[in-house]
Design a protein around this ligand. Structure first.
Ligand code: FES
Ligand code: FES
Length: 156
């Protein structure tokens, strides 16, 4: 039997009927067509599926869509404001923080949560904050540099 859920997704209130077993990542990608959130492993290891739930970074392959009921969800698509990229998105561009880009949405959403809690992180704190997100291309150096650059831009 389907359940009705209402969530604010990227600032828009959306109500849908979903199967109780549907994962949040599948809800976002296949029901709402927000395909910026990637699926890398489905076993909660890679972080490619990371989104914000009420501002907190969560791996959306570990959460059921019904658990998003009455919650505020932000995906990578929701970071763009009035056509302007978020400073983190600009920073990944500026500092070459990606190669294939598959991990990038999850990295950015995790970094968003990190900078919200700690606006001026040390390099070690950035590395610790991103340890749940895997990248198979970059060796992480440019990703760390991008988050550091964004932190400086955002704190002025
Ligand atoms: S797809 Fe969710 S952690 Fe890898
Ligand atoms: S840029 Fe390819 S997985 Fe990170």
């Amino acid at each position: 039997m389907k359940k009705t859920i209402s969530s604010i997704v990227n600032g828009v209130e959306l109500t849908r009927e979903v199967e109780p077993r549907l994962l949040l990542v599948h809800y976002l990608r296949e029901v709402l067509m927000l395909t910026g959130t990637n699926i890398g492993c489905d076993t909660s290891q890679c972080g490619a599926c990371t989104v914000l739930i009420d501002g907190q970074a969560v791996k959306s392959c570990t959460v059921l869509a019904v658990q998003a009921d009455d919650r505020r969800i932000t995906t990578i698509e929701g970071l763009v404001q009035e056509g302007e990229l978020h400073p983190l998105q600009e920073a990944f561009w500026e500092k070459h923080g990606l190669q294939c880009g598959f991990c990038t949405p999850g990295m950015i959403m995790t970094a968003r949560d990190l900078l919200e809690r700690n606006p001026e992180p040390t390099e070690a704190e950035i590395r610790h904050g991103l340890e749940g997100n895997l990248c198979r291309c970059t060796g992480y150096e440019h990703i760390v540099a991008a988050v550091d650059y964004a932190a400086r831009q955002m704190s002025g």
